[in-house]
Ligand binder design. Structure first.
Ligand code: FMN
Length: 342
């Protein structure tokens, strides 16, 4: 990540999120205050894999002006080496290895977060990939599989691996998304790692972002769900770092964002099917509508047609009311963000 880090403030990164952070989403978010870099959704890597053409577009057609890392997930070394070589030939900022995905189907294959149960394998993969990747090679990890007690040994492997950056989603695999994060572990990594460490998990607004940085001294923040909910978050954090007034978005700003995303995604779909498109949008909307007063979330669950979708958005969002800075306390979707404190 060296040479990519801003000189006088922490870095801000959009977290990779499967089926969300594709090329249209990158475009829409960049218009509201781009992150310093992007990371693609993961490319699945196995002996028969080829590069997913849809994810490839977020590299080849990225016109946001911000670099993009290509993320791989897998455990078969020859396939990872083959894929890393293919990706390194593309206009990527670097190559990232996913050591955090908690999906049971991924972990069962000992990929993603499942690999954290096999530190010796992690060590072997990192060594071989480090040798093979000429440019930046980074890792995105969790703190362990079953408990944070696993982290010191993993950290030692990361420290000795020669990677160029470490992003830590500060939970274990078994904690999935259901717990507060563990800033103390990120702080320890910042002290030990010879490369920049990026803190990830539960940043939902400038206050939680600043608190996470204060508690960890990380080189930057990676933000996922909080940036879907509030695409102005990168701009707001930049304002907080600079001590200037942040944008305070309104419901109408949110309406523009939702409609823009709807249109961008529709434009890019190979075969537009209205009902399927509404369902696709509803998955992303779950993070956006969550906890907004007035029944938006409830009504949106019932939308099946583009007309429903548009009407429900207009009814609930066409207003100049400022948006709440944080999700509701006790949120199930943004579980434990309150523990980061202001
Ligand atoms: C819908 C969804 C898809 C995700 N897909 C990926 C992925 O492809 N690669 C990855 O490294 N992490 C993935 N993650 C994890 C996020 O990158 C991030 O680590 C996690 O959401 C915690 O950050 P947040 O609290 O800011 O959302 C995904 C998370 C979500 C919610």
């Amino acid at each position: 990540m060296r040479n990519l880090l801003p000189l006088n403030r922490p870095a801000l990164v959009l977290a990779p999120m499967q089926d969300v952070t594709d090329l249209p989403f990158m475009r829409v978010i960049a218009r509201r205050g781009a992150p310093d870099w992007f990371v693609t959704e993961y490319f699945r890597v196995h002996p028969d894999s080829c590069l997913n053409p849809y994810i490839l577009r977020s590299i080849l057609e990225n016109a946001t002006g911000r670099p993009v890392f290509a993320q791989m997930i897998g455990c078969d070394l020859p396939s990872l080496l083959r894929t890393a070589k293919q990706l390194a030939a593309l206009p990527v900022a670097g190559i990232d290895l996913n050591l955090g995905c908690p999906a049971p189907i991924v972990c069962r294959k000992n990929a993603g977060g499942g690999l954290l149960r096999a530190p010796a394998t992690v060590q072997r993969l990192l060594a071989a990939l480090r040798d093979a990747i000429p440019g930046r090679f980074t890792v995105k990890t969790r703190l362990g599989f079953a408990g944070v007690a696993e982290f010191p040994a993993l950290l030692e492997i990361f420290r000795a691996s020669g990677i160029d950056g470490l992003t830590i989603h500060a939970r274990t695999v078994q904690e999935r998304y259901q717990s507060p994060v563990h800033p103390d572990c990120v702080k320890r990594a910042v002290e030990i790692m010879p490369c920049p460490v990026i803190a990830n998990g539960n940043v939902v607004d400038p206050a939680t972002g600043l608190a996470f940085l204060r508690q960890t001294h990380a080189a930057g923040l990676m933000i996922g769900r909080g940036a879907i909910r509030n695409p102005w978050l990168f701009s707001q954090l930049r304002a907080a770092f600079a001590g200037t007034a942040p944008i305070i978005p309104t419901r109408r700003d949110l309406l523009d964002y939702v409609f823009e995303l709807y249109d961008e995604l529709a434009r890019e779909s190979r075969r537009f099917v209205a009902g399927a498109h509404v369902q696709r949008m509803k998955k992303t909307l779950a993070y956006i509508s969550h906890g907004l007063e007035g029944g938006f979330e409830h009504d949106m669950r019932r939308a099946t047609t583009p007309e429903d979708f548009s009407r429900i958005c207009q009814i609930h969002l066409d207003a100049q009311t400022p948006l709440p800075a944080q999700p509701p306390a006790g949120s199930k979707l943004f579980c434990g963000f309150e523990a980061l404190g202001p």
